[in-house]
Design a protein around this ligand. Structure first.
Ligand code: GDP
Ligand code: MG
Length: 176
């Protein structure tokens, strides 16, 4: 409650990308700030709210997860509605999930706000030995698609998760 009073900004962030890339785990990692157990399914999670400090300002991040609709690419328009930011995630140990990014970028262009801030997330960077996507390629795509940045994360080890949301929040503050 005290948290709510202190909040000056509220941003809606959506997570999209292929099934199994770790979207739910990224959100859980962000929520708990320490992952003890990875979950295998998204069960009725609508969104997670966490307040973070960005350069001394209190920002509330409302992070939306899918309930697995991405498996059939049936995410509805309402999921995208009024989102301030989007993270498109892929699994850097599975090339096909990176090759899907244009599909997700196109969905954002179709359904998302024009002012939406986009960050590309290469998750599972703990699986370095199985890497199938170069970070360079993600950076190139980020540049081409007008994304703010490409980042590699590990939800499993809570690596770069805070950084990803901080980066997003900082840019949203600049624009709002
Ligand atoms: P979603 O379908 O995109 O929401 O993916 P989930 O969050 O359900 O994760 C799919 C699978 O990837 C699960 O078995 C997770 O345990 C695993 N996973 C998620 N994040 C990571 C990660 O950073 N590293 C590793 N090695 N596995 C992960
Ligand atoms: Mg999920």
């Amino acid at each position: 409650r005290e948290d709510e009073e202190r909040c000056d900004f509220l941003f809606k962030i959506i997570l999209i990308g292929d099934s199994n890339v770790g979207k739910t785990c990224v959100i859980q990692s962000f929520r708990s700030a320490e992952v003890t157990e990875l979950q295998h399914n998204t069960i009725g999670v609508d969104f997670t709210v966490r307040s973070i400090d960005v350069d001394g300002r209190r920002v509330k991040m409302q992070v939306w997860d899918t309930a697995g609709q991405e498996r059939f690419r049936t995410i509805t328009q309402s999921y995208y509605r009024s989102a301030h930011g989007a993270m498109i995630a892929y699994d850097l140990s599975r090339r096909d999930t990176f090759d899907s990014l244009p599909h997700w970028i196109q969905a954002l262009e179709q359904y998302g706000a024009a002012s939406l801030v986009l960050v590309l997330i290469g998750n599972k960077c703990d699986l370095e030995a199985q890497r199938q996507v170069l970070f360079e390629d993600a950076c190139t795509l980020a540049e081409r698609s007008g994304a703010l940045a490409a980042l590699e994360t590990s939800a499993k080890h809570h690596h770069n998760i805070e950084e990803a949301f901080q980066l997003m929040a900082r840019e949203l503050l600049v624009r709002h």
